[in-house]
Design a protein around this ligand. Structure first.
Ligand SMILES: Cc1cc2nc3c(=O)[nH]c(=O)nc-3n(C[C@H](O)[C@H](O)[C@H](O)COP(=O)(O)OP(=O)(O)OC[C@H]3O[C@@H](n4cnc5c(N)ncnc54)[C@H](O)[C@@H]3O)c2cc1C
Length: 386
């Protein structure tokens, strides 16, 4: 007899969503988080596409702002605006949203343990050890973020490569609430800089990169206007997608950032994490009801089916971007204007599914005009993954 049907390690947005889905079905669930205050400190820009509505996981009250488009800036400050008439993205109050998702799991019947760090996950015996004691379960779902020790244990041969995310919450002069600014800086590649309005007088200014913290901080500070005041500083790590990463071993699953279920080009992990929580809960309940462990492997298979093509295409784009120089970007932005590509981006661009836009750029041959250095080999790689 085990203590629980399911133990969830990590009450971030993805772990709490999975715990809720399992508890709601009547399973005995325990949800552990080492933090005393769920959701804090903020480690997210809180920008999600409106596709999040499909996950049915976001009540309106956590939306701070609605975004219509983006101003894209080249290194020489050429600006291209891409937009749609309707809202394309939401800016979330991540701290209150995480707290809501946690409370919802608790209210659905999950036993919640906050301020309790899981120090070991035993993959053979399906037990977790906290500083207090050991707990057993039939399934362990590890959603403890990108630095998960269990993910390392399950993938001893894969280097856990991550990006740095650095962000300031800033008080600013009155601003246009409809657009986010995205800026390219060669030292940050393949990452970029964002400015996201959260209210008429506040914004999140941040970046993700694999350069050093010091360089990133200098560049980020350089983005602030003389009238801007930093209210809070945050940093966090962003995992890199790796299609070879194992996410199931015996009765233990990895989920969310622990499974690197994030978009390679932006590091965004909320929507993909929620979709994977849905898959994981579906196969966890089948495994528990039918006592057949193969169902957990189906979670892994279905996840690859859902995301591998899209994420591999995004990785290919990222590899091209990494090798581009500032001159290449300045050239590309001039050509974007010349060939009215802002219209193609506005029509086919989707924050989550970037392959339709890529297909259109490849099909029309525009990609060669934008990035002459792309080369046949790389183009073939992109085409194969589309
Ligand atoms: C700067 C930055 C900006 C971002 N911006 C966006 C964005 O705009 N849009 C977007 O979609 N995504 C964004 N992301 C990514 C997004 O925040 C993550 O994908 C998301 O938080 C993943 O959720 P999760 O539940 O898998 O993990 P996490 O949110 O990392 O939660 C993991 C939880 O596990 C707990 N934990 C860790 N170890 C243990 C342990 N041993 N025992 C118990 N508990 C443990 C932690 O305390 C934490 O609460 C951003 C990330 C960063 C760093």
């Amino acid at each position: 007899m085990t203590d629980y049907d399911v133990i969830v390690v990590g009450a971030g947005p993805v772990g709490s969503t999975y715990a809720y889905k399992m508890a709601k079905q009547g399973y005995d669930v325990a949800l552990f988080d080492m933090k005393n205050r769920i959701g804090q400190p903020l480690q997210c820009a809180g920008l999600v596409s409106t596709n999040i509505s499909d996950t049915k996981n976001l009540p309106e009250q956590f939306i701070d702002n609605k975004i219509k488009g983006a101003n894209l800036y080249s290194p020489d400050n050429t600006c291209i605006r891409v937009e749609k008439e309707k809202t394309v993205a939401y800016v979330l109050d991540r701290v209150m949203y995480d707290k809501y998702l946690f409370d919802r799991a608790h209210d659905a019947g999950a036993a919640t343990f906050i301020g309790e760090k899981v120090v070991d996950v035993d993959l053979k015996n399906t037990t977790v050890k906290t500083i207090e004691r050991k707990y057993s379960s039939r399934i362990i779902t590890v959603a403890s973020g990108p630095a998960s020790n269990t993910a390392k244990k399950m993938n001893p041969d894969i280097e856990n490569k991550t990006f740095l995310g650095l962000q300031y919450t800033v008080k600013t002069e009155e601003q246009d609430m409809n657009y986010v600014d995205l800026r390219i800086n060669q030292e940050l590649l393949p990452g970029f800089i964002w400015q996201i309005p959260t209210s008429p007088f506040t914004k999140r200014v941040g970046l993700f990169t694999d350069c050093s913290y010091k360089t990133a901080e200098t560049i980020l500070k350089g983005q602030l206007k003389s009238t801007d005041t930093i209210i809070e500083k945050h940093n966090g790590i962003i995992p890199r997608f790796n299609s070879k990463k194992r996410i199931v071993e015996n009765n233990t699953l990895l989920l969310g950032d622990s499974a690197s279920q994030v978009k390679p080009t932006t590091g965004g992990g909320l929507i993909s994490g929620f979709n994977c929580a849905q898959l994981a809960s579906k196969y966890s309940s089948l495994m528990l009801d039918e006592e057949d462990n193969d169902y957990l492997l189906s979670y892994e298979k279905e996840y690859h089916k859902l995301y591998d093509n899209e994420f591999k295409a995004q990785q290919n784009v990222q590899n091209i971007i990494r090798d581009m120089t500032e001159d290449d970007f300045n050239y590309m932005f001039r050509k974007l204007r010349e060939y009215n590509v802002d219209r193609i981006i506005s029509e086919y661009g989707d924050m989550d599914n970037q392959t339709p836009l890529l297909k259109q750029l490849v099909k029309t041959g525009v990609i060669f005009k934008l990035v002459p250095k792309i080369g046949v080999r790389r183009l073939k790689n992109i085409w194969k993954s589309l």
